[in-house]
Design a protein around this ligand. Structure first.
Ligand SMILES: NC(=O)C1=CN([C@@H]2O[C@H](COP(=O)(O)OP(=O)(O)OC[C@H]3O[C@@H](n4cnc5c(N)ncnc54)[C@H](O)[C@@H]3O)[C@@H](O)[C@H]2O)C=CC1
Ligand SMILES: O=C(O)CCC(=O)C(=O)O
Length: 487
């Protein structure tokens, strides 16, 4: 399908108006499936423009927090309706901007709509508890208040869902927000913000400032009037944001990398394990923090699993995600493609055996894009770089083990702890995995990726700041508790 997307310059949205940056500098946002396709131009804004957005947000938030949760939720319901009416257009923009296939982009946009509706309803749910006081004549209870102004710093891999799962709870609990999206997907982000504009949010409550992370993201991190930062992205940047926030006493929430394992037990349904490994590892071209990147297989089923995995991987169709029948799109950018190729070289250098893929896809329809083959390494040991570092591409490492105890030891032998799966039909193996796997998301007989909006999401170890997003857990970050004693 074709929806016309204008090659316009996407402005900042501050205090209810679309404004040009004083820098006058823009950068094209390019289609990673065909870099001759310019999706739009994005402004490289200045620190002063962050200051202006934060000032307006701070003023506007004073009235916003006085509205009832129900009234704030009504704006989110409207934003959901607008996004729904623009679903195909925004999904197409997402596919053009970062490469995931059109069906995946539509699914993500539908998820954004569902998240908005979920948090709209949150405006009517409880915000505190009554706690018995030791004083029989007193009433003691808790209530929650918004943080104030929240900086939302987001990556390019879920350009609709991640900004929405951060903005929707922030807004319904009474905060004003300034969004700084990844530059790679800032056009899609601007379209999401247009939906909030069309929903009629009061000026200053929802703001967008585009530009580089080191200028705009850093300015939000350092701003004394930004009371909290919610971030998803790389570990290096996340840690810097956390340190900046800590230094000035602001609240922060970091969702970062993963090195997610799948364990295949000898008693597993092998066809299911193969199908789920492929979906977890290669959907979105492996560019999910929950993507499968290590598959740890019991020796008894290693060869069978490997053969079936190779056969199914060979069926994957690669190409422009807007075309019918394409299963896997390109890497999202040249930098991302180079990172993937670097890790493939590293795998070969360190002695892993390349079983499938490993190359860029070239030829007509591919040469102007950042296409890489789904790649499978064999004979991987846990100390190799490809078994330790997040690749964020369609690359999996197969590791053979003698028993499930060894599998769990290897699964935990990384600095990350976001999501993890096991395929087994044995209840005791499932329970040991639930108990001993160091990960925030535990998946049994299901792929490692896959997040439900009503459930807490986040990682252990280096994968997060140990906070959780989504579902009711979002309330913990976007509000502060007040304990009230009345006598
Ligand atoms: N956990 C996840 O979901 C994601 C992980 N990544 C990982 O990060 C790697 C690099 O991807 P990038 O897009 O470069 O991620 P990144 O961490 O550089 O970017 C994420 C966001 O942070 C902003 N940012 C960059 N520098 C900043 C700074 N100094 N202060 C404040 N904000 C800043 C960026 O502009 C973007 O909006 C990927 O290869 C992947 O391994 C990337 C995207 C998402
Ligand atoms: O797996 C998902 O749906 C969410 C993954 C995610 O949050 C991420 O990749 O940043």
């Amino acid at each position: 399908m074709t929806v016309e997307t204008k090659k316009e310059t996407y402005l900042n949205y501050v205090n209810g108006a679309w404004v040009a940056s004083a820098s006058g500098e823009t950068k094209p946002s390019l289609n990673p499936a065909n870099v001759n396709d310019v999706v739009g131009y994005v402004q490289m804004s200045t620190k002063e423009e962050v200051d202006q957005a934060v000032t307006q947000a701070k003023i506007a938030q004073k009235a916003w927090k006085k509205l009832s949760g129900n009234d704030r939720g009504a704006f989110l319901y409207k934003a959901a309706d607008v996004l729904e009416s623009r679903l195909d257009e925004i999904a197409e923009c997402m596919t053009r901007e970062m490469g995931k296939t059109f069906p995946e982009a539509k699914g993500e946009t539908a998820r954004g709509i569902a998240i908005l509706r979920y948090y709209a309803g949150e405006g009517l749910r409880k915000v505190g508890d009554v706690i018995p006081s030791t004083d029989s004549k007193a009433l003691m209870f808790t209530s929650r208040v918004p943080l104030g102004v929240v900086g939302v710093i987001t990556p390019w891999n879920f350009p609709v869902a991640i900004p929405i799962w951060k903005m929707a709870p922030a807004l319904v609990y009474g905060n004003a927000i300034v969004l700084k999206p990844a530059q790679e997907t800032a056009v899609t982000a601007a379209k999401v913000i247009e939906c909030f504009e069309q929903a009629g949010f009061p000026p200053g409550i929802v703001n967008l400032v585009t530009g580089s992370g080191s200028v705009i993201g850093q300015a939000l991190t350092d701003h004394p009037d930004v009371n909290g930062i919610t971030f998803t992205g790389s570990n290096g940047v996340g840690k810097g944001i956390g340190q900046g926030c800590l230094a000035r006493g602001a609240k922060y929430q970091l969702e970062m990398g993963g090195k997610n394992p799948v364990i295949v037990a000898a008693d597993a349904d092998i066809d299911l394990a193969v199908e789920s490994t492929i979906a977890g590892a290669f959907r979105s071209t492996g560019q999910k923090c929950t993507a499968t990147s290590r598959v740890i297989i019991e020796a008894a089923v290693y060869e069978t699993f490997k053969e079936k995995l190779l056969a199914k991987t060979a069926e994957i169709t690669i190409g422009n995600g807007l075309e019918e029948g394409i299963w896997m799109g390109p890497s999202a950018s040249e930098g991302q493609l180079n990172t993937v190729l670097h890790y493939i070289e590293k795998g070969k250098e360190e002695g892993a055996t390349l079983l499938a893929g490993g190359n860029c896809v070239t030829g007509e329809g591919y040469d102007d894009g950042y296409f890489v083959e789904p790649t499978i390494f064999d004979n991987v040991t846990s100390d190799m770089t490809i078994a330790q570092e997040e690749i964020f591409g369609p690359v999996i490492a197969l590791i053979q083990v003698n028993n499930l105890e060894d599998a769990l030891t290897i699964a935990n032998d990384v600095e990350f702890g976001l999501s993890a799966s096991i395929f087994t039909s044995n209840i005791q193996s499932m329970l040991s995995f639930v108990e001993d796997m160091e990960a925030g998301l535990i998946r049994i007989n299901s792929e490692s990726a896959g997040v439900e909006l009503q459930a807490p999401f986040g990682g252990m170890k280096q994968s997060s700041s140990h906070s959780r997003e989504q579902g009711e857990a979002a309330k913990e970050f976007f509000t502060s508790i007040k304990t009230v004693f009345v006598k």
